[in-house]
Design a protein around this ligand. Sequence first.
Ligand code: FA5
Length: 367
Amino acid sequence: MPAAAGKCVYASVKAQDMEEKIKTIIATLDSLVAEGISAFEEVGELAALSALESLYLGKKSVLGGVKKEMSSLDPEERRSVGEKLNAARETLEKKARHKKELLEAAQLKRQIEEDICDITEVNIAGLYGHLHLVSQIRQELEDIFLGLGYEIAEGNEIESDWYNFTALNVDPDHPARTMQDSFYLDTVDGSSILLRTHTSPVQVHLLERGEFPIYAICPGRVYRRDTADPRHLPVFHQIEGLVVDEGIGFADLRGTVEVSMQAIFGSETKTRLRPGYFPFTEPSAEFDITCVICKGQGCRTCGGQGWIELGGCGLVHPNVLAASDVDTGRYSGFAFGFGIDRLAIMRHNIFDIRSLIENDIRFLSQF
Ligand code: FA5
């Protein structure tokens, strides 16, 4: 046999072998895809799905083996097997991804169902939560002032320097700014933004609204750089009152303080005003109530005085009215402000104001 013919026969045998091999590979891939699809369809757990993924798509999978074998193929054959291999991989990956989404969604649904808490369920233990003492007193105060015809104003806990100080007649170098050490916020443009140190900024918002008369209170949270001790908290609550109308004078303030304090502490409670100083009121006063423990006789709680200081008040300073363009020839007003947490500890003879924020159920459940 001529050598060339021998070569030719050998080549055709080789080609035949290769054709067989490719057929086998393709048949293997087809049956693998069919088998994989039904395996992914049947699997019911995420962990089992992950095991199937490595079995069908991992390095040691049949697909991985075919990939290795490709190096023994001619470039032309490698291309057609490669295409088939990629198509098989894509089909199986798509199937696995889809199944994973379904199983994850089912798992989430199961989890949500397990976590469902029936809040309508009967409370056999009889343990019911209730509003915190400070919230209860806040609501009580709101009811009292709503009954007197006041509106409840919403304030902002984050204020600009203008509302917290400047518009309230606290000039830049005034000692009041250091009196109330503040939490300032970092701002991109360097403007002075802070956590309000008192509820008085709401006065400015109400005045700016330009709707008169104003009979409003604003209860809310305030922030100061005060170290917590038996009488101080760095975050506490105040309630602000503002009245602006025609012909408002000091007697109106005096009567309002008396009536509201008696509503909170009882009709036997007496109040008194002492000269005080606030940049936003003129004249200004501190107001005291008779000691809730000794009823004015003098005891340890009131330091033998018979009186306890509760807050500040005064007639709204004309500069405050003018800063908000209020016609000072027509309108005048008064304002007052006091601490709700302090009021709570006085009314209930609580030794340490910090008990209010310790979340001890044994303490809180008493009120
Ligand atoms: C003011 O904050 C004035 N804005 C009140 C006011 C309003 C005066 C309107 C005139 C007109 P003062 O800093 O005194 O004032 O605080 C008022 C009350 O907040 C105090 O009497 C006290 O009851 C309460 N208080 C002050 N600091 C603390 C604190 N660190 N923890 C708990 N309560 C506090």
